[in-house]
Write a protein that binds this ligand. Structure first.
Ligand code: FJE
Ligand code: FE
Length: 304
């Protein structure tokens, strides 16, 4: 009886402990982002450094800039972005595609619109533990058609970006253990999704309006809202009581519990390591060697 099993996978739902509306702000060169995690009220939600819902229309974009010490996860919602890095790794990330970039010791790249009109997506920054900050950079790229999808009879559909849900599993290797699920709930649908007990987890609503949590503490939320979930409980309950579908991401990760030192795109454990990162970038050493002669086709630099 898989249906009955499925209806009691969560005994005690996590509750929503904070709710934020992510308002638009300027980032990069002329780009607009709704930043939820990473804004000053919520600098860090271990292991998550930033969540940007971005919107770019040419000539705006995110021209040449570095990263060290963490991962960027770009998931496109509309249009496409051209990615080019200093090693010659180049390609477009189109609607529904995923780019999971482990910057490790260093990446310098540009992320620019690749089509007419407005390109939209989500970019999540995930911290790396001290022992992984200086690893070799790595990309995991999955095109939309290859992203694992599943649905059930309750009106729930999921695209599995990382981790596992409704029996579908992502091939992405998460250096910092992470789950990243893109759910759509049809009107009347109800979801129960397990989340590892010790992980930090949040919901970000993309479209429509959903209910989250259980009992009298349950909360409703619409597009551009970030919901931080309580610790404890064994998963999340969510539902849709409206007449339109609701789409949201559920993201969870194992906290690192390490000191954080951040200067923009350099994320380390101490100020000394940040000074080192700036020095390495300026001198083009320790992973930034190829930055010396590289310029993207857009040819402009964002600086740090
Ligand atoms: C960056 C300013 C930036 N959010 N969402 C400073 F804008 C960026 C940056 C991005 C970014 C790129 C995409 Cl494709 C989507 C984003 C910020 O590139 F890295 C620094 N340091
Ligand atoms: Fe970047």
């Amino acid at each position: 009886m898989p249906d009955r099993e499925n209806s009691c996978v969560v005994r005690e739902s996590r509750q929503v402990v904070r709710k934020f509306l992510a308002r638009p702000q300027h980032e990069g060169v002329g780009a607009i982002v709704r930043r939820s995690i990473g804004r000053f009220e919520l600098k860090y939600f271990d292991p998550f450094l930033a969540l940007d819902e971005f919107s770019v229309t040419a000539p705006a974009g995110f021209p040449d800039h570095p990263h060290r010490g963490f991962e960027t996860v770009t998931y496109m919602l509309q249009g496409s972005v051209l990615h080019e890095d200093f090693e010659g790794h180049k390609g477009t990330i189109a609607a529904g595609d995923l780019q999971w970039m482990t910057a490790g010791r260093g990446i310098v790249h540009s992320e620019m619109p690749a089509a007419q009109g407005t390109q939209k997506g989500l970019q999540l920054w995930i911290n790396l533990s001290s022992k992984h900050k200086m690893i070799e950079p790595r990309y995991q790229e999955i095109s939309s058609k290859d992203i694992a999808e599943a649905s059930n009879d309750d009106g729930v559909k999921v695209r599995v970006i990382a981790g596992e849900a409704l029996g579908a599993k992502s091939p992405v290797y998460t250096r910092t253990p992470t789950m990243y699920l893109d759910f759509t709930l049809e009107p009347g649908a109800r979801l129960q999704q397990p989340i590892p007990a010790s992980w930090n987890a949040f919901v970000y609503v993309l479209d429509g309006e959903g209910g989250f949590g259980s009992g009298s503490k349950a909360v409703t939320a619409s597009a551009h809202h970030l919901l931080l979930l309580s610790s404890g409980g064994d998963g999340l309950e969510a539902w849709n009581k409206t007449a339109k579908p609701v789409r949201f991401i559920l993201v969870g990760g194992q906290p690192l519990g390490e000191p954080l030192a951040q200067l923009g795109p350099f994320v380390m454990n101490s100020e000394e390591e940040i000074d080192q990162a700036i020095d390495d970038f300026e001198k083009c050493v320790n992973g930034f060697e190829k930055a010396r002669h590289w310029r993207s086709e857009s040819g402009i630099s964002l600086g740090l």
